[in-house]
Design a protein around this ligand. Structure first.
Ligand SMILES: [Fe+2]
Length: 243
């Protein structure tokens, strides 16, 4: 091989390398993006998995008074049902926890921390039984994404638990969460009456374009949302199917 030929081959190999290096980088980047999309798809599948509600308890045997009432109502006008809990007496339906729950969250009623962006949200409400009795000391464990729609899976940002007061009331100071890809805007929560089973569910925001397309969105779980002086205010009443 003469000198000219060697130079020609060397130049060609340099050209090939110059082409191959960026091509490899692009393929690697696409692979990374593909993996992230797959992880998000898997997370959404876990979050939107349907949870079967627990079976409704068998109706209690009718008392003598109820039987009498039934007989009487057949002959006379039926009395309207006694209003209870302002229609909040149906148990709050369960929903999946999704893949991003972290146990042992800090005890706190404010998830706000310096440097965290987002619209402030003051979420308050009450925990009741199906008999409309306030559940004092009920545990509430909240978690949601940051303003950009990302969960903190290494620390406890936007994660925290608290206990309802003697009237079953709670208040949480946080932000309006961002939107996790593939889901509509939501807040995760676990609620538990002392020594009773845990209710795991999610809360939703009214007026969100993503609500109707979300696999498990349930209008029963919509927050009552309003504008506030420094952000938003929301209310929700949890009803637990406990004795
Ligand atoms: Fe989620």
């Amino acid at each position: 091989m003469d000198t000219q030929t060697v130079l020609r081959y060397s130049r060609r190999s340099l050209w090939l390398r110059a082409l191959l290096v960026p091509l490899t980088a692009v393929i690697a980047a696409c692979g990374g993006l593909g993996r992230r999309a797959e992880q998000q798809q898997a997370a959404v599948a876990q979050e939107t998995e349907k949870v079967q509600p627990t079976a409704a308890p068998a109706p209690a045997a009718q008392s003598g008074e109820q039987k009498q009432g039934t007989t009487a109502s057949a002959a006379t006008t039926e009395l309207p049902a006694t209003p209870a809990c302002e229609d909040d007496d149906d148990p709050t339906p369960p929903q999946t926890a999704g893949p991003f729950y972290t146990p042992n969250t800090p005890l706190r009623t404010s998830l706000l921390e310096p440097g965290l962006g987002g619209t402030r949200l003051l979420l308050s409400g009450q925990v009741l039984s199906t008999k409309c009795t306030p559940i004092a000391g009920a545990l509430l464990d909240f978690w949601h994404t940051d303003d950009a729609g990302d969960y903190d899976n290494e620390g406890y940002t936007f994660r925290g638990h608290q206990f309802a007061d003697a009237a079953g009331r709670f208040t949480l100071e946080t932000i309006v969460p961002g939107i996790y890809p593939g889901r509509t805007r939501h807040i995760h929560v676990r609620v538990q009456a002392p020594n009773q089973p845990i209710l795991t569910t999610q809360l939703y925001f009214p007026g969100e374009s993503g609500n109707q397309g979300d696999g498990i969105f349930d209008p029963v779980l919509l927050l009552e949302l309003a504008d506030a002086a420094n952000g938003k205010e929301a209310q929700f009443t949890f009803v637990l199917d406990v004795p």
